[in-house]
Design a protein around this ligand. Structure first.
Ligand code: HEC
Length: 196
């Protein structure tokens, strides 16, 4: 191979290398540009630092709800920086919108008491089934994961709201007492007819 041929071959190699590098560069630039462009679309997530209508529960229960649920189920959404970057942000914003539509701890006082109780049981079921907090959220926010102890705290609180029912044995004792008194009275009045 002559030296002129070798040089021209090197030239061609060099050219193709440069153009490949440029191609990669332009693809990266296109990515960057579209990444920056999509940041422009930001559905709003309203934030209120405090709320009068907030759910009134014991401190330990509230701490759990705040840590695991408030980002999507209250007016106090507190997003991490990585939640704020589109396209992740779009998913989060949609979760917050849907989550708040079904359950908003910041507007708890707007629910009638019976509905509050029903929501609490529903909430407990969602937790127990592992449906809430949403798995993808839990993955990015390990702090939101509920431990067995957290679930017990919530369960104990909700059970404490149920009206205390007398156990059946107590009901039976009352019934027997009334029955005895009644038959005694009737005996006195001589109205009990003995079976032959
Ligand atoms: C990342 C956002 C997110 C987090 C965090 C989250 N949820 Fe949800 N939640 C949603 C979305 C979205 C829905 C509605 C769609 C669905 O049911 O999957 C929902 C629905 C619910 C519902 C049903 C409401 C209804 O009646 O429509 C309950 C109850 C609930 N969540 C409880 C909880 C509890 C309790 C926690 C905390 C332990 C929690 N969620 C954490 C997003 C979230």
């Amino acid at each position: 191979m002559g030296s002129t041929k070798l040089i021209s071959l090197l030239k061609i190699l060099c050219m193709s290398f440069i153009s490949r590098k440029q191609k990669v560069k332009s693809v990266l630039l296109a990515f960057l540009a579209s990444f920056l462009l999509i940041q422009v679309y930001r559905p709003e997530i309203p934030y209120q630092p405090t709320s009068k209508g907030d759910i009134d529960v014991p401190k330990d229960v509230k701490a759990i709800l705040k840590r695991s649920c408030y980002d999507c189920h209250s007016n106090q959404t507190n997003l991490k920086w990585f939640d704020q970057v589109a396209p992740a942000y779009w998913l989060v914003a949609d979760h917050v919108r849907q989550g708040k539509a079904g359950l908003n701890f910041s507007e708890w006082d707007q629910l009638p008491v019976a509905a509050q109780k029903a929501k609490l049981w529903e909430l407990f079921n969602q937790i127990k089934l592992g449906a809430m907090p949403i798995k993808s959220y839990e993955l990015m926010h390990p702090n939101a994961k509920l431990s067995g102890k957290d679930i017990d705290v919530i369960k104990n609180y909700i059970s404490s709201l149920a009206p205390k029912q007398a156990p059946d044995s107590a009901k039976i004792a009352v019934f027997e007492k009334q029955y005895k008194e009644c038959t005694l009275k009737r005996k006195h009045q001589g109205k009990i007819s003995r079976s032959p």
